[in-house]
Ligand binder design. Structure first.
Ligand code: PEP
Ligand code: MG
Length: 316
């Protein structure tokens, strides 16, 4: 029965009453594209470009090599949306040519956009390669920066995109609580937000995502995390802009309904999760998702939040 339900789950993501929530894929490069297409992804919500850089940690891949990889992903989604994240190096993904080796707390150090602002030539090459890769393709390209802390970060990134002549929407990831708290200010510089709930949980709870002993605090059902998601989504709505989720949270079907109820406008996840999320979302109305979201936020722990949302959605 489960298989039949999944097979019946095709088409765009939406609640049972037709509120659209595009379901997008997280990919690491061209090799992940077939699975995304197979799962019926409506595009890519997170292209983690750092995988292109991990082959050789001593230098950046050439512009030509980058153009080739970006083009292969962009070509796979004609008329679709592809959100490319510029290089997110540092902390758990160090690169010899970019990442300082003498930091006591690499997760709090020079990583993500911070590395790129310290090495503008690396960012420039990446943006130029994207501008060349998208030329002549009907895809909607969006480019976003990881680890945006404030409006100055968002402006520096948007300026770099404009200087590279990139015809795309520019966005900021919300992975640091300061970005969620001041989302409206960040949205003065960029056109969309994308919540990276893995890092947002790490920085909200001061709990290293690589340390198993604190994994309880990495649970994306934590009501404090849901509050920051709601704050970001409400800010985007007030500015007439979009706010997606591309962290692991989006791949939990029940949580995907809650995120929708919090006002998130798209969900991006590993391709294998897309059919499950599509099937579950399609069972409930937007109003039910909103009630489940309110119940989850009223809870005092991740476990209670999950139970409260489940109770609302199963009509208990
Ligand atoms: C996140 O932090 O939630 C995210 C999507 O980025 P990554 O997992 O690649 O850090
Ligand atoms: Mg992240």
């Amino acid at each position: 029965a489960r298989k039949a339900a999944l097979a019946a789950s095709t088409g765009p993501g939406a609640t049972s009453d037709g509120h659209k929530v595009p379901l997008l894929a997280n990919v690491g490069g061209p090799a992940d594209v077939p699975a995304a297409v197979e799962a019926g992804a409506e595009g890519v919500g997170l292209f983690r470009t750092e995988f292109l850089f991990l082959d050789d940690s001593t230098k950046a891949p050439t512009e030509e090599k980058q153009v080739e990889a970006y083009r292969q992903v962009l070509e796979a989604f004609p008329e679709g949306r592809v959100v490319v994240r510029v290089l997110d190096a540092g902390a758990d993904k160090p690169l010899d040519f970019l990442t300082p080796t003498d930091e006591p707390n690499p997760a709090l150090g020079v990583r993500g956009l911070r590395s790129l602002l310290d090495h503008p030539e690396v960012l420039r090459t990446q943006l130029t390669a994207l501008a060349k890769a998208v030329e002549g393709l009907p895809v909607y390209l969006e480019v976003m920066a990881p680890m945006v802390a404030d409006r100055a970060d968002a402006k520096a990134f948007a300026d770099a995109c404009r200087e590279a002549g990139l015809q795309a929407k520019f966005g900021a990831m919300v992975e640091i609580p300061s970005a969620a708290l001041r989302a409206r200010s960040i949205l003065q510089e960029v056109e969309f937000l994308s919540l990276g709930t893995n890092d947002l949980a790490q920085y909200t709870f001061a709990a290293d995502r690589q340390v198993g002993a604190v994994s309880r605090l990495q649970d994306p059902w934590q009501p404090a995390l849901l509050d920051l998601v709601a704050m970001s989504a409400e800010s985007a709505k007030a500015e007439g802009k979009s706010c997606g989720v591309c962290g692991e949270a989006a791949s939990d079907p029940l949580l995907a309904c809650v995120l929708t109820g919090l006002g998130v406008t798209s969900l991006s996840m590993g391709s294998a999760s897309i059919p499950y999320v599509r099937a579950t979302l399609g069972k409930y109305t937007l109003a039910q998702c909103e009630r489940a979201a309110a119940a989850a936020r009223a809870a005092d722990s991740a476990e209670e939040a999950r139970k409260a949302a489940q109770a609302v959605l199963s009509g208990e």
